[in-house]
Ligand binder design. Structure first.
Ligand code: SAH
Ligand code: MG
Length: 218
């Protein structure tokens, strides 16, 4: 896979300024995967928009390839992002409703990055959106909920839609348990993908795994 590709300087600055949970090195690996997958001419889809940090990178790659980046989130936050939990940010709470709403911050992020025209934002629950989504995808990036229920449903809902030759990218894969807050559901999803026989590992960058669909099925 090409490692010499880099997002436009403006994109990188927007990425670094954006709120979120994607370190630079992993972001660059995601970007390289998105550029490669873009050659299939199919949409690039992300589960887990949050405030749009990783979306910026998919959008830049989608723009270059002339495809769309699709990003799915209910925008109410994962378990560990709720008030009182490890990754809560009070600025993401809707003051009127008192519940999390990351959609306004996401829209500002994307506008500032100048990438709105290349992104389709879907507000909804990942398994429900997957059931309504008919077509094939060039890339699926799984970065949503971290419980077995959510990560497993993301895999079951979206992995079957990755085209042959397309890429399945999984974030937060930790083969060794880090601490009491960091779960291993994404790691178990990664193992399932490899065990399916349909996906082959392409690259490892910290907790980001890039797999290619090399066979049909699942
Ligand atoms: N990609 C982001 C981080 C995503 S955090 C970044 O680069 O910063 C995980 C996100 O997944 C949260 O915003 C949460 O609302 C969303 N999420 C969790 N479970 C979900 C589900 N079942 N359906 C849709 N979104 C979900
Ligand atoms: Mg993540």
């Amino acid at each position: 896979m090409a490692t010499d590709v880099a997002p436009a300087p403006g994109t990188l600055a927007a990425f670094e300024a954006a709120k979120g949970f994607m370190p630079l090195e992993e972001g660059l690996a995601l970007y390289a995967a998105a550029v490669e997958a873009g050659r299939l001419g199919l949409p690039l889809l992300e589960v887990g928009t949050y405030c749009g940090r990783s979306t910026i990178l998919l959008a830049d790659a989608a723009r270059a390839a002339g495809v769309s980046a699709v990003t799915v989130d209910h925008h109410r936050g994962s378990e560990e992002q709720q008030p009182g939990w490890e990754f809560h940010d009070p600025a993401t709470v809707d003051p009127e409703l008192g519940v999390m709403d990351t959609l306004p911050t996401f829209r500002r992020t994307l506008h500032r990055a100048g990438l709105e025209d290349h992104v389709i934002a879907v507000v909804g629950r990942s398994p429900q959106v997957a059931r309504a989504w008919g077509g094939e995808l060039g890339l699926v990036f799984v970065d949503g909920g971290h419980t077995d229920e959510h990560a497993g449903a993301d895999y079951e809902g979206w992995a079957p839609k990755v085209a042959v030759g397309g890429l399945l990218v999984i974030h937060d894969v930790f083969p060794v348990k880090l601490d009491e807050f960091t779960g291993q559901a994404p790691y178990r999803v990664y193992l399932r993908a490899l065990a399916s026989g349909a996906f082959t590992e392409v690259s490892v960058t910290d907790s980001l795994r890039v797999l290619r669909r090399t066979a049909p099925g699942i």
